[in-house]
Design a protein around this ligand. Structure first.
Ligand code: ZN
Length: 330
């Protein structure tokens, strides 16, 4: 399945930003313009962008009938403020006025996103850490700004965030969508106990109130992957942190930092960039050696240490049982 690209409104060589974009993100938008949702809504937007490119423009605008190119893919476009230099392709989904038209426009949108992500070696992951396909909402969360598209518009036509992520990853060309079994979104698993410390597996937002977790509103702090947080208590599906903010207790997003004393662990490997120290005592008062990243240690036992834990080695020495320092091999 392939769709033609209409270049009627493509910028000329002397128009648009002349910088080559870093190939980090495909940035996806909707036009947010319900005043233009009749037939040829993408053409109307593209025509306007071509005439006003000095204010803002993206690379593509899609509706149910057409894919219009405005900015030259590979070069910087002006649709997402500070993230623009990192995006060789930004696409707008033009508004439409019926479910049937939406379905057609969405097929083209997904097809185009996947085509250019593949072309530029950008992962087909939605709003995760690192490179990948990013919504304007993600850009706002990570680079600032105030746009939150396109989740609201997609939701109006029945496309959830998890459906969008699935479709970007697997595509939905005619044959695939009818024959491929849609993979069921995994049911979220939450902590039912309170670890001393946790770390972010993906980017995690901390909120002022428990009820705001996941809303994108009133974010107090963003924790990058591997960032460590100290937990005050578990409240339902949320952790209250010691600074009073709340994060999700979803195990896809956070994990307990220390291996638990009851764990059966035979071998670990040093995974921190700075390597791992080895100590005479469980309190880590007397360091007797330091080992580089990649070193394997055979473990006798996981020992409790305060609210945390340590690994006991066969020679009676101790190393860290922090998962970000020494990770289980077997
Ligand atoms: Zn946008």
């Amino acid at each position: 399945m392939s769709y033609p690209i209409n270049k009627s409104y493509a910028l000329s060589g002397s128009q648009g930003d002349s910088r080559i974009a870093s190939k980090n993100y495909i940035i996806i938008h909707d036009t947010g313009n319900d005043n233009n949702k009749g037939s040829n809504s993408a053409g109307n937007e593209a025509s306007y962008m071509k005439g006003h490119w000095q204010a803002a423009y993206t690379h593509f605008i899609v509706d149910d009938k057409n894919i219009f190119q405005v900015g030259e893919p590979g070069y910087v476009a002006w649709g997402a403020l500070d993230a623009n230099p990192y995006s060789p392709m930004q696409v707008e989904l033009a508004h439409v006025d019926s479910q049937a038209r939406f379905n057609e426009s969405y097929k083209r949108y997904i097809w185009l996103i996947r085509k250019y992500a593949t072309k530029y070696g950008i992962p087909l992951t939605l709003d995760g850490a690192g490179t990948g396909v990013k919504t304007h909402q993600w850009v706002t969360n990570n680079y600032g700004g105030d746009h939150v598209d396109p989740y609201g518009y997609l939701a109006k036509w029945g496309i959830s965030k998890s459906q969008l992520a699935h479709d970007i990853k697997y595509g939905l060309s005619g044959s695939e969508s009818t024959t491929a079994k849609p993979s069921k979104p995994k049911k979220a698993e939450y902590f039912n106990w309170t670890p001393y410390k946790i770390y972010a597996k993906k980017q995690v937002a901390a909120y002022a109130k428990a009820s705001q977790v996941g809303s994108g509103k009133n974010v107090k702090k963003i924790y990058k992957p591997k960032a460590v947080m100290e937990v005050a208590k578990l409240e339902g599906h949320r952790f209250k942190l010691i600074d009073g903010t709340y994060v999700t207790a979803n195990k896809d997003y956070v994990n307990n930092l220390y291996y638990l004393p009851k764990s059966k662990i035979k071998q670990v490997r040093s995974v921190a960039a700075k390597g791992s120290g080895r100590y005479d005592d469980i309190k880590f008062n007397h360091k007797n050696a330091h080992f580089p990243k990649g070193t394997y240690f055979d473990i006798v036992k996981v020992m409790p240490y305060g609210k945390a834990s340590r690994f006991l080695l066969a020679n009676g020495d101790y190393i860290s049982a922090n998962k970000l320092v020494n990770k289980i091999v077997k």
